[in-house]
Design a protein around this ligand. Structure first.
Ligand code: ADP
Length: 472
């Protein structure tokens, strides 16, 4: 199948195409547009020309379009899951969960369209404000440039497209090179749902060409990005004065207190470390457990790992599969090997079998090792110990990242101390850092980025506040 660009409601033949291969089998999947700067500018044109239309669609119609998209995804659940499995090598069971969440994200977007934030200002709270009535209008920024990564090809697209359209914006969407098919499928559904032309445009190609052009184009009013820290820095340095939301990586930590239920925690931690082969920004990577419970946790996690089945992403039995590319497999394997060479011990895994990196648990790592201080973005977690709660908190904070943190304890004082002292966008008590619902505020501190997603919060970033004051 040969795909086209989706511009101004039409499928447009690209100048150049590129083959897309399955990350699992290496087989050809499709030919996809490899857009240049001129085609990117045309996508921005299409969005800009639709700005007035988008802003004038009444909220109830925007809500209806988004609800229809959610319903269409529901009708095509299995097609969506298979697309994700095919292009991202996400095990089909996990892909189905992503589809379920994508439906929620569009439903939340539909609901939020109806309740755009408004604010009344008590003008007479300050001298000079007597006889004035003030309120704040929310206006769409105009054109939103959405740049997405490969790991959630449907739901991370939804987290940008849903709130942008809910708040009356137009979108130019640039999905990751490896996962364009989900984005094209969503474009088709928006078309079917009756979205006016130009409100959603999809352009695929090299991030350094298409992505950069979108970032540098002055007509794009806001960039919403999820991806690597390195790309985030590049975007920030080229974006000029436009709004930028950056959802970057992390080496997420989980703390397991002395009184935690180890069996229960181990089950969640294993799922959090190895879902989609650890290719999540909030994958469990650093586990800090009270010294007295370390053995028990290691044993329980190792036992859980042994129940996970490797295989083809389209295989119903598969719990994990290949990473997104052989280069990524080699990189993560090299990080494990380096750690072991420098003294870390393998609890389980560490090898590549039939191209699939085994689920890997390490102990006795040093804070300077890549598997600990960098974002692994692969199926690796380290288990280290602490003796005091202060030490646990300081181990968590010993990171340049701060996205989400999980803390397992039943002691109120420990829970509150963690909540107050841990430097991250969220602290989740008795939950893993990989937990996310689609309406909660989601985003990082430190090198994990800035701005928040979670439909209502994304709308906040995608709208301008305009104060209206009436003297009468
Ligand atoms: P990941 O390592 O998760 O794939 P990347 O940051 O490399 O993260 O990619 C995320 C998205 O950013 C992709 O859609 C990619 O094409 C795009 N991208 C890559 N480089 C740039 C850039 N310099 N400017 C804008 N977008 C880019």
């Amino acid at each position: 199948m040969k795909y086209s660009l989706f511009l101004a409601g039409n499928w447009q033949e690209p100048k150049h195409s590129k083959p897309l291969y399955s990350p699992y089998s290496g087989e050809w999947i499709a030919d996809v547009p490899d857009a240049d700067e001129e085609e990117t500018a045309a996508a921005v044109d299409a969005a800009c020309q639709a700005e007035k239309t988008a802003a004038s669609i009444p909220a109830h119609e925007r809500a209806d379009i988004l609800l229809k998209v959610a319903n269409l995804i529901e009708e095509n659940r299995e097609t969506c899951a298979r697309l994700i499995a095919l292009e991202a090598a996400k095990p089909i069971k996990t892909a189905r969960k992503e589809v379920a969440r994508t439906i929620m994200t569009y439903r939340f977007s539909s609901e939020e369209a109806r309740r755009m934030p408004t604010e009344f200002i008590n003008m007479d709270a300050a001298p000079g404000g007597e006889d004035k009535t003030g309120f704040v209008l929310r206006e769409p920024v105009g054109t939103v440039g959405a740049i997405t990564p490969f790991n959630f090809p449907m739901n991370l697209v939804a987290h940008k497209v849903g709130p942008a359209i809910a708040s009356g914006n137009c979108v130019v969407l640039k999905p990751a090179e490896q996962t364009p098919l989900s984005a094209f499928f969503i474009a088709e559904l928006f078309s079917k749902a009756g979205a006016p032309e130009g409100i959603l445009n999809v352009i695929t190609g090299d991030g350094k060409i298409v992505g950069r052009k979108m970032v540098e184009d002055e007509r794009v009013n806001m960039i919403t990005f999820t991806g690597s820290k390195q790309t985030g820095l590049d975007i920030r340095s080229r974006a000029g004065l436009k709004n930028v939301t950056l959802e970057l990586g992390s080496n997420a930590a989980a703390v397991i207190g002395e009184d935690a239920d180890i069996e229960q925690a181990a089950e969640k931690l294993t799922a959090g470390a190895f879902a989609y082969q650890g290719q999540l920004c909030i994958s469990v990577q650093r586990i800090f457990v009270h010294k007295s419970k370390s053995r028990e946790l290691q044993r329980a996690m190792k036992k859980n790992v042994e129940t996970y089945t490797p295989g083809s992403p389209l295989d119903e039995a598969a719990d994990f599969s290949k990473l997104i590319s052989p280069q990524e497999t080699n990189r993560v394997k090299a990080w494990i090997d380096q750690a072991v060479k420098e003294g870390a011990k393998l609890i389980t895994g560490g090898e590549v079998e039939d191209g699939i990196l085994q689920l890997t648990l390490l102990r006795e790592t040093e804070r300077s090792m890549n598997v600990r201080c960098e974002e692994v973005f692969g199926p690796v977690a380290v288990i280290e110990t602490f003796e005091t709660w202060e030490e646990a908190v300081s181990l968590v904070n010993d990171s340049k990242y701060g996205l989400q943190t999980g803390v397992f304890t039943n002691r109120l004082d420990e829970a509150l101390q963690a909540a107050r002292s841990i430097e991250s966008g969220s602290v989740l008590i008795n939950e893993i850092p990989s937990f996310r619902l689609d309406h909660i505020p989601y985003g990082g501190v430190k090198d994990s980025g800035n701005g928040r997603e979670g439909v209502k919060y994304a709308i906040d970033e995608m709208t301008e506040r305009k104060l209206i004051s009436i003297q009468a």
